[in-house]
Design a binder for this molecule. Structure first.
Ligand code: GDP
Length: 446
């Protein structure tokens, strides 16, 4: 899903992520590439413009958190805007609380996946919401459309309205309502007729069926592979029938993502579900945040920034950055960093999230270094005196023995810690102006 767009964007951000400082020009250059990537993904032009303007303004105007790199922060801003573009943080649920049978009317063009989606939805409602559905096909245009729904109904063990040859859509809808009530169905799914194009006859039929059945949900089914056409179809439908949402099918084959990314802004309607395959369980609730993560392939960096913002006090990070720049990094500082790493989910977690740290993670695993190490190191530093922490040069053999005993560890472990500290402070003297986690990331990552 969205592979080609994802590859393009990942390429742009890989270039940004490693940088310690980001100039306005870097942001503008990156945004030029993002713009091209979105246009190639067939995202509607006005949507692309809005997106680029919003990201550029935020990226240039924002105060960069001390504990992440500016490149990582830009990834986070882009991710937030993608979520917005896809419809906001939360998925929009179906309205199922109305008096039963809740009528869900499925509309769309022929071949969009409407009948399949109707059955998928009935199955979904049964399994996820415990709702009993009845399905009825009002498609009298396409040969065997009604039979197709009956076959699907058998597969998922969902009742379908018996077929009466020659009956017209509005009459079928009436009969379906009665039957659904009789059978005490919670939900009635109406699979309306498709056409090859949006035309007057189709719209007149939709309106007639809608006024008879008073649907709680009118879901438009569109094929994501048709890109901007899908969005235009949605726009035409919105003008005629009161759509409550969109089901985007064939997302499994959609490498570009233009329909998904433009739909909300062009039509104002939320995407409620994504069809992700031919099988009847291939229907997913559409979660903008998850989809954005998938597109960027960088959910990891985004959550790192979120965690850093939540865990690390900016003043602390700043003070530490200053001390490091002056070469004053001592064991107190190391301890603070170890504690922050622990709060953020430990070494393994951080190693998995930070660019360049995957290799370091493997190395750590090989050398037997795991999250317990953080706790042990903390204990060792904890059994030093404040003077020793501030001036590790004081640590002679006698003091090391005392510290090891106090922490329940061996002198060897104290030496390992000191070695790590020395390596870090050496590296930090070289890396000027790098603060907090950035220093560690550089240590482990490069
Ligand atoms: P309708 O004319 O709109 O009712 O379309 P159908 O429901 O008959 O679907 C047309 C074809 O698209 C069928 O072969 C379906 O299996 C296929 N299809 C529907 N939804 C999806 C989807 O999300 N992914 C894939 N790969 N195929 C789908």
């Amino acid at each position: 899903m969205f592979d080609s767009l994802s590859d393009r964007l990942t390429g742009v951000f890989d270039g940004l992520r490693g940088r310690g400082a980001l100039r306005e020009q870097d942001v503008r250059d990156a945004m030029r590439e993002v713009r091209i990537a979105l246009l190639e993904a067939d995202v509607a032009l006005p949507v692309v413009r809005r997106f680029i303007d919003a990201v550029t303004e935020k990226a240039i105007g924002s105060e960069v958190l001390k504990s992440v790199t500016p490149g990582q922060q830009v990834v986070k801003i882009v991710s937030d805007e993608l979520v917005e573009m896809l419809g906001g943080e939360e998925s929009v649920p179906l309205e199922l609380e109305a008096k039963p049978p809740v009528v869900i009317m499925m509309v769309g063009l022929q071949g969009s996946g409407k009948t399949t989606s109707t059955a998928k939805l009935a199955k979904f409602l049964k399994e996820k919401h415990g709702k009993k559905s009845m399905m009825a096909s009002l498609d009298v245009n396409r040969p065997a459309a009604q039979e197709q729904l009956a076959v699907l109904g058998e597969q998922i063990e969902c009742a379908t309205l018996p077929i009466v040859a020659g009956q017209q859509p509005v009459d079928i809808a009436r009969r379906a309502l009665d039957a659904a009530k009789l059978q005490a169905a919670d939900v009635l799914l109406l699979d309306t007729a498709g056409r090859l194009h949006v035309d007057e006859a189709l719209m007149a039929e939709m309106k007639a069926v809608s006024s008879i059945s008073a649907p709680t949900e009118v879901l438009l089914v569109v094929d994501s592979l048709t890109g901007q056409d899908a969005v235009n179809v949605a726009k035409s439908f919105t003008e005629e029938v009161p759509l409550t949402g969109v089901i985007l099918t064939r997302m499994d084959g959609d490498a570009r993502g233009g329909a998904a990314l433009s739909m909300r802004h062009v039509t104002g309607k939320p995407i409620k579900f994504a069809g992700t395959g031919e099988k009847l369980d291939a229907l997913e609730t559409f979660h903008p945040k998850r989809v954005a993560d998938r597109i960027l392939g960088m959910g990891d960096v985004v959550s790192l920034v979120e965690k850093a913002a939540a865990t690390i006090k900016e003043e602390d990070a700043e003070a530490l950055a200053k001390r490091m720049a002056k070469g004053q990094f001592d064991l107190n500082d190391l301890r603070t960093q170890l504690q922050q790493m622990n709060q953020m989910g430990g070494l393994g977690m951080l190693a998995g999230m930070m660019p360049g740290m995957k290799k370091a993670k493997a190395a750590m695993a090989n050398s037997g270094m795991d999250d317990k190490v953080l706790v042990h190191m903390d204990a060792i530093i904890g059994s030093m005196t404040p003077k020793e922490r501030a001036n590790p040069a004081l640590l002679n053999a006698k003091r090391k023995r005392r510290i090891a005993a106090g922490a329940g560890k061996e002198v060897q472990d104290v030496n390992k810690l000191l070695k790590m500290y020395q390596e870090m402070s050496r590296a930090m003297k070289q890396i000027k102006k790098m603060g907090g986690l950035k220093g560690l990331a550089a240590m482990f990552g490069k």
